[in-house]
Each structure stands twice: as C-alpha cells, then as structure tokens.
Design a protein around this ligand. Structure first.
Ligand SMILES: [Zn+2]
Length: 484
C-alpha cells in the first residue's frame, strides 16, 4: 500500500467507526442470540450442540433460549418424555454439560417451556384427561402439536397448577441448576374456554408464572425470567385458533418481556418498566435477510434491549399430519431441508445458515448498514477476497429455494421431490407452482454449473448444495414440474 492508498484507507475507516471493534462492542443490543428448539432436535447430541453454541458465540450471541420442555428425563413426570424416548438428551442427559459449555463461550442459557401447553406438558392429560382445556364449543380441546402432540391444560384446575410448578421446578432446580433463568413461552394457539377460564384464562396462567418466578429469584436473584405481555396489558390477543383478552396483573420490573409478530404486539409502556424487552421473529430460520433487518430495526425503535429471533430447525419424526402435509408423517424432519447432512450433524455450519448468521451479526451491529455493504461483507467472509457479486446473488437464490413453501415442519419444496409428488397427487400443485419450481430447478442447475470449478470454500459449497438440489430431480421427478 502506498502513502496515498494508506490515507484513503484510513479516511474510509474513519467513516466506518465499527471496524476493528469486537462483535460485543459493536452490537446495539444488550441481549442477542437465538431461540432454539432443543426438544424438537432428538438426533443432536452434545458434540453437535457444542458446535452450534460455538457458532452462536462467533455471531456475538450472549443469550440462547434452549426450549427444553419435554426433552429431559423427568423423574416426577415420566409421561412428559415418552414421546421423546429417542431424544439424545432423554437418553444421556447432557444438558448440564451443554450449559457449562455455553458459559465458557459467554452465553447465558434460558430454559424454555410453555405453561399448560406444548411439548412435554401437553402429555400430562394422557394420565389426567380431566385436566384438558375446554374449547370454544364447550368440549375438551382437540389434540394439537408440532412434533409432540397432546392437549393444553386448563390452568384453573389445582392439579394443573401443581403439575406445572413441580415440572418447572424439577427442570430448573434439579436437572439444570446452572441455567441462567427461564423462558416462559405463553401458548400462541389456544386458551381454555371453561367457566372458570375464558376472559380470566391469563389470570390463572399468571398464578403459575408469578409463583415460579418468585421461586427462581429466591434461588438466583439475578436470574432472567422472560414472560409474555399477556398478563399485564389488558390487550386483545389474536392467536392461530382463537381470540383472548390479556389480564391486568401488576408488573414486576424484574421480568424481561418478549414480543412477537404473531402473538404479542410491542407495548412501549411495559417495555419502559421492564428489566429487559426482546423482539422475536422467524426471519433467520426462514433465510429472510430483509426481515432480520426489519426485526433489528423494530427492536431498536421500540427500545428493546434484545433481538432473540428463531433459528430453530427440527429432526423429529412426525406422528400426525402437520401443516396439511400427510406425506411427511413417519419421515424424519430434516433440519432446514439440508438432506445431505448426517443425522445430528450441525446444520449451522452449512453455507446458507452461516450466511444468515453473518447477516444477523452484521445487522445487529448496524441495522442501517446499506445492502451493498452487507453483500460485500457476506461476499468477503464466505467467498474470500476475490468474491464476486454473482456468488452472493446465487447465495440469495438458495435462500429463496430453501424457503419456498416452507412451514415450521415443512421443508422447502425443491429439497423434497416426494413431497411435491404427493401434492401433485392430491391436486395441490397448480400450473403456477409447477412453473415456479421448474424455474427454480433451472436456476439451481445453472448455479451448480457456474461453480463447478470453484476454488474458494464458499464457492465449492455453492456448487455442492446446488448440485445436491439438482440431483434430487431425476428425470422422473422433474417430469412432475412439466405443465399438466
Ligand atoms: Zn379452564
């Protein structure tokens, strides 16, 4: 570098005040990290999890929501894990070692579960059917789940409260006492409509939340306890299956709040009182860079102290039709649709997730980073100093492919021709969809060809992944995409 270049480079560096600072110092949030579905990843053992945490630490994460309900070998309530006997943590309880590893990486771990519902908890009615919540029609609720199918409980019943307290206590104080707190995820799909619940549903749920929070703070006064705003605001809530009214309980400023796009709107008055407030969305696990940026901005503008979005993926075997896809029943879920990975191998290391993690790292440092600079950053880190804009374009094309027709337990269409065939057989593959997938297949074939002789690691990965996608579409499969 000559003197003129040196001065130019120094001047450029001055306009980029974040250069050279650690991820920690650059980040605009006090709490940052990911929401991860430990319970729905039965094939992942300690080694895979260690790698995932190492990656998160490299992204500047200091907080992980480890959704643990249903995925530990409860002694008091063995019914909660019968659905998950093949879960590595149920087989060889490694949660404590995992938390110790997180601490070595500067990451706090919050144990996630849902009061009166979802994984683990929703199995209790198998032994106590009388505790099932009541639906709008006055009858016991139907079975529901993602991976773990069961029934949410009526929180007005004494036995439901006792069960929740003891289950949460056992997880927190006996199994994972080194955890840094709790993530109490209020159910986002249903409430109980019995005579005692209805408009008072969240008062009953709150009784548990208040009690377990107090116990946790006696045990560890500095513990983080994350709760939903439903207990405090009196707001109208709209969930997937129902509507509900939030209650108006007194707010304890030791709580950290979490807000989501689908079940908990931001509430500035509450945020101002809370120890912390987090925004969540699903952008990272949907490979959606624009919405990572939008999420960061939303969190910043609402004065949230954290942005802890979902990077969840699943590896369980569905026992029922989920999200309208019967073909997936009995077939192991494939994390992010990355069908080339061995069971339990870390998917966060694969190019698309690595890129999303980089986007998270950069945008939580600077949500106003222009797109062109973000692309430069991605290009340089993933494809090396000689990166080409076309490589980043191809990367974004893979994002679109992996997210097409995605749902929580439904992989991107192009990753799974069998699923597309089944949709076709059920009359659910219209000409427009065929054309879209045909176009995607053409593009991934072109990407595979374009990077055949790649020399950078990122370029080789582009080739490998695009080639894998192309290879799924044998002539017989590809014929599915022809116009009928
Ligand atoms: Zn009830």
């Amino acid at each position: 570098m000559n003197r003129r270049e040196f001065i130019a480079a120094s001047a450029a560096a001055l306009t980029l005040p974040t250069v050279g600072l650690s991820v920690e110092a650059r980040n605009i949030f006090r709490e940052r990290g990911y929401y991860l579905c430990f319970m729905r990843m039965p094939t992942f053992g300690l080694d895979g999890w260690r790698e995932i945490l190492d990656g998160a630490a490299a992204d500047g994460a200091n907080t992980i929501i480890l959704w643990a309900g249903g995925a530990f070998r409860s002694k008091k309530f063995p019914i909660t894990w019968q659905w998950a006997k093949d879960h590595e943590n149920v087989k060889a309880d490694f949660g404590r070692e995992l938390i110790a590893h997180a601490h070595r990486r500067g990451i706090k771990v919050l144990l996630g579960f849902t009061p009166f519902g979802y994984d683990g908890v929703n199995q209790y009615p198998l032994e106590h059917p009388e505790l099932k919540a009541t639906g709008k029609d006055g009858k016991p609720v139907n079975e529901f789940g993602i991976g773990c199918w069961g029934w949410n409980l009526c929180p007005a019943k004494t036995e439901s409260q006792r069960f929740m307290r003891e289950y949460a206590r056992e997880m927190t104080f006996e199994f994972y006492p080194e955890a840094d707190g709790l993530f109490i995820e209020s159910s986002d799909y249903a409430i109980c409509h019995c005579a005692e619940c209805g408009p008072k549903f969240f008062d009953h749920e709150f009784a548990f939340v208040r009690a377990i929070s107090d116990e946790v703070w006696v045990w560890k006064p500095d513990a983080t306890v994350v709760v939903y705003p439903h207990y405090f605001s009196g707001a109208k809530l709209r969930f997937s299956f129902t509507e509900a009214t939030a209650s108006k309980q007194p707010f304890d400023p030791r709580w950290t709040l979490i807000f989501t796009p689908h079940s908990a709107a931001l509430e500035p008055a509450l945020i101002a009182k809370a120890r912390g407030a987090w925004w969540w969305n699903e952008a990272p696990c949907r490979f959606d860079v624009a919405n990572i940026r939008a999420g960061v901005k939303k969190a910043r503008d609402a004065k949230c102290s954290g942005y802890v979005p979902s990077l969840e993926c699943y590896s369980y075997v569905p026992v029922k039709t989920e999200f309208g896809e019967p073909w997936l029943v009995g077939k192991r879920q494939i994390p992010f649709g990355f069908g080339w990975l061995k069971d339990g191998a870390n998917p966060h290391r694969e190019l698309p997730v690595r890129a999303i993690r980089l986007a998270y790292r950069e945008l939580t440092a600077n949500p106003d980073l222009p797109d062109a600079e973000l692309r430069t950053e991605l290009g340089r880190e993933l494809f090396g100093a000689d990166w080409q804009p076309a490589q980043v374009d191809d990367l974004f094309e893979l994002f679109r492919v992996f997210n097409t027709d995605r749902d929580w337990s439904v992989p991107g269409a192009l990753t799974t021709p069998g699923l597309v065939r089944n949709r076709s057989e059920r009359g659910k593959l219209d000409p427009k969809k065929r054309a879209q997938l045909r176009e995607q297949l053409d593009r991934v074939r072109a990407i595979a060809a374009r990077h055949r002789d790649a020399t950078s690691d990122g370029g080789k990965e582009l080739h490998r992944i695009a080639q894998w996608l192309a290879d799924q579409w044998t002539p017989e499969n590809a014929a599915l995409l022809n116009a009928p």
